[in-house]
Design a protein around this ligand. Structure first.
Ligand code: PRP
Ligand code: URA
Length: 210
């Protein structure tokens, strides 16, 4: 069974189209990334475990479900993944936040890790790794390898736009990890940018220039 889940919700599709538009400015871009992350997160977190507790409504005592276990951890891949964190925290405000810094070399397109800080008890948490772009797949693949090395076991990943090359590379390296994709695009260009894509996600979120 494939571990890749492609989003089909019309709201996600609509918002991704707005995101792609070169006329979408920084403010709107950030807002859209957060909203899409929330909609995708709703799907990715649909199998969180619950346990029953007793509460009293104004009418009577009742047994009802609440989330159980350690709080999930959201782990953005720096920089662009940071833009998705707010959307997940809107769903699970108590989630822990870790960070992994990966930078693509502009010539070789290979990722270089420059930072990693994960919440404690990482082995007991659902870990949601977020990055808007899955291009060659190098950054996400290496980030998940690092998280596994540090004890992460229950890992899911969310990318807003992916290239087929990246999906292939990632699923070959981590067939056990569920990957949620907002849109599967056509291909990579010679600079390893996704086509049609949305350009450089980090630069568009932070208003920096490529
Ligand atoms: C972008 C993006 C991913 C990576 C995807 O980050 O946010 O992390 O490229 O490419 P890959 O699948 O080929 O590895 P970038 O390295 O540009 O850094 P930034 O987020 O700091 O801009
Ligand atoms: N990183 C981006 O931000 N955009 C791409 O198209 C590829 C990698």
């Amino acid at each position: 069974m494939s571990n890749v889940i492609y989003m089909t919700h019309p709201l996600i599709k609509h918002k991704i189209t707005m995101l792609r538009n070169e006329n979408t400015g920084t403010l709107e871009f950030r807002k859209l990334v957060e909203e899409i992350a929330m909609l995708m997160g709703y799907e990715a977190l649909s199998d969180l475990h619950t346990t029953n507790i007793e509460i009293t409504t104004p009418i009577e005592k009742t047994i009802q479900p609440v989330l159980e276990g350690k709080k999930p951890a959201v782990v953005p891949i720096l920089r662009a993944g940071l833009g998705m964190v707010g959307g997940i925290l809107a769903l699970v405000p108590t989630a822990k936040v870790g960070h992994i810094g990966m930078r693509r070399d502009e010539v070789t397109h290979k990722p270089q890790a420059y930072y990693c800080n994960l919440p404690d008890y990482i082995e007991d948490r659902l870990i949601l790794v977020v990055d808007p772009m899955l291009a060659t797949g190098g950054s996400l693949t290496d980030a998940v390898t690092e998280i596994k090395k540090l004890g992460g076991k229950n890992i899911k990943c969310m990318c807003i736009i992916a290239a087929p090359e990246g999906v292939k590379a990632f699923t070959e390296a981590h067939p056990d990890v569920k990957l949620y994709i907002g849109s599967l695009d056509r291909c990579l260009n010679n600079d390893a940018y996704i086509c049609p894509g949305l350009g450089d996600a980090g630069d568009r979120i932070f208003g920096t220039k490529a």
